[in-house]
Design a protein around this ligand. Structure first.
Ligand code: AMP
Length: 323
């Protein structure tokens, strides 16, 4: 039996052995995180209806249509199984009470810097965490219902940039096809994901007119609280504007600096060089081509810009050499 199957069996046993299961994700959850949390909850309930399963952590406004966390009382962690999905490092787990559980399972697809969990399954080549959960369900021959398949599919669609990123493989499509065979309606998912508010569209116009760029080709926008207020959007809607800067010729790396009261979060994206190492330098992490990091204040911005600009330069120089 391969390692994956062995670990999946251990996870299934942990689920069987616990009456209460609390499912956590990462702070500021995205579609893959909440899709994994809700999808796993529904999957467990479809197969073990007698269990108490709760999703704990922050709400994902953008994907509220797949569900919102239930929350949990402190006492519920006693003797419980905590499962953390889609979170590479323990500090980023939303609601640190996950530690109060009796056993901890980690299921993730981020590059692992600091391992955690009594049982851990990490597949960093997987395009989404929901793909791993789908694979788990299929390999363990669990019953998949539509209400589990729907959030799992949403996670797949959002974390693969709608099946456009290089993390997408034939297996991604096989798993997606399996979820569709359970009744997921593609058009319904797309209607939820594609419809945008007028405010967000206007903010997009602001981003396109005001983004800046470094000499070698890093395109970026500073999303200050003044702008967030002026356009009347939520922080999450503002932070999602990172994708507005994707695909500009000559700018293979782009990003958004999101101002919060106590920190500036950086969202970095690439269609060229590996950016996770840079993110690590600025207290972050993630994937090769989509990562997040932090600045303590705007004074640190020039250092970051210098580093990212050098990275883009090295990347462009390497392309010239290859030619
Ligand atoms: P984001 O820009 O928040 O969508 O993050 C891109 C990817 O990097 C996601 O997979 C995040 O989970 C991950 N990520 C973001 N911030 C951090 C961080 N501070 N540490 C580790 N991983 C992160």
């Amino acid at each position: 039996m391969d390692n994956k199957k062995k670990t999946f069996k251990k996870i299934l046993k942990a689920i069987r052995d616990h009456e209460t299961i609390l499912i956590h994700g990462h702070v500021r959850p995205d579609g893959d995180c909440i899709g994994s949390q809700i999808g796993l909850k529904k999957l467990i309930l479809a197969n073990f209806p007698e269990k108490k399963v709760k999703v704990v952590g922050d709400v994902c406004e953008y994907c509220k249509f797949v569900g919102v966390p239930d929350g949990a009382e402190d006492e519920e962690y006693r003797g419980a199984l905590s499962i953390v999905v889609d979170c590479g490092n323990a500090e980023r787990i939303s609601d640190q009470r996950y530690k109060f559980g009796d056993t901890l399972v980690k299921i993730d697809h981020h590059v692992e810097d600091t391992p955690y969990g009594d049982i851990s399954y990490v597949e960093d080549s997987a395009g989404s965490c929901t793909q791993i959960i789908t694979d788990f369900a299929r390999q363990m021959k669990l019953m998949m219902t539509l209400d589990a398949a729907y959030p799992l599919y949403v996670g797949m669609v959002t974390d693969t940039g709608r099946f456009r990123f290089d993390s997408v493989t034939s297996t991604t499509f096989e798993d997606a096809a399996y979820l569709l065979s359970c009744g997921v309606n593609i058009e319904d998912v797309d209607n939820h994901l594609s419809v945008t508010t007028l405010k967000t569209l206007k903010l997009q116009g602001y981003v396109l007119s005001n983004f800046k760029a470094t000499d070698n080709g890093y395109a970026y926008i500073c999303m200050t609280q003044d702008i967030v207020k002026e356009y009347g959007v939520t922080n999450e809607e503002a932070a999602n504007q990172v994708s507005t800067l994707a695909g500009i010729e000559g700018y293979p790396v782009w990003g958004l600096f999101m101002e919060y009261p106590d920190e500036i979060r950086i969202r970095i994206r690439s269609r060229g060089p590996e950016i996770k190492t840079l993110a690590n330098k600025y207290n972050g992490g993630g994937h090769e081509k989509a990562a997040g990091a932090h600045l303590d204040n705007w004074e640190q911005l020039p250092d970051f810009l210098n580093d990212v600009d050098q990275l883009v330069k090295q990347y462009k120089d390497s392309l010239v050499k290859e030619d």
